[in-house]
Ligand binder design. Structure first.
Ligand SMILES: [Zn+2]
Length: 215
């Protein structure tokens, strides 16, 4: 099963990727992880990528595709994979299609976790941080025992600038603008499978499974 997973920040994408990887026995291939690992290992692709990152430039598509090609060629990906964080643009989607087609492979389904923007904002703005000891709380999922106070050290909790509503709204807008052409690319190929991501992780995963093509 060769899958791509899309989901906005706060959609629960990480949780679903982990569940799917375990249940389907396929590796969770996150481009962020591949990039970080290649840079850390200092392999030739990693060194090239690092030169771009150090100069403040984006890592070019062909370099990222080479890294992904290398990762997907490893034995654990022979039976399939779950791509996360890629492709982000139509050019990358076309590059991926060409790469896979060169290997005689194709994507089986593109799962898109759909969550109402207001719910995403609610989830993303609920995070609170302890400035003293670094403990992280979430008012929705993991609230502190006493409102506004760190359980571990008693310091007053703060909201990071990144988690404030205006910043969150902006992140979601950027995500939407970037991904909608890529979604269209897969929709026209009949591969896009929207999954309601507003419910519990277990319920979402059941819909995820139901959206997969039957082999
Ligand atoms: Zn604390």
């Amino acid at each position: 099963m060769r899958l791509i997973l899309f989901g906005a920040p706060g959609s629960g994408k990480g949780t679903q990727a982990k569940l799917a990887g375990q249940e389907l026995g396929i590796p969770h291939v996150s481009t962020g992880d591949i990039l970080r690992q290649s840079v850390k290992d200092g392999n030739p692709l990693g060194l090239k990528a690092r030169a771009f990152m150090d100069s403040g430039a984006l890592v070019p598509d062909d370099l990222i595709l080479d890294m992904i090609g290398g990762r997907l060629g490893r034995p654990d990906a022979a039976a399939g994979f779950l791509l996360d964080g890629f492709p982000r643009t139509v050019a990358q989607a076309e590059g991926l299609e060409a790469l896979l087609s060169g290997l005689g492979l194709e994507i089986d389904a593109v799962i898109s976790l759909e969550v109402d923007p207001e719910e995403l904002i609610r989830r993303l703005t609920a995070r609170r941080l302890c400035p003293k000891c670094g403990a992280i709380f979430n008012l929705a999922f993991q609230p502190p025992k006493t409102e506004g106070v760190c359980d571990a050290c008693g310091a007053p909790l703060e909201q990071r600038a990144d988690d404030q509503r205006a910043t969150v709204e902006n992140r979601l807008r950027v995500y939407q603008q970037q991904t909608s052409p890529v979604m269209d690319f897969y929709r026209t190929r009949g591969l896009l499978k929207p999954v309601d991501g507003s419910r519990s992780p277990e319920e979402v995963y059941r819909s995820f499974q139901a959206a997969l093509p039957k082999s």
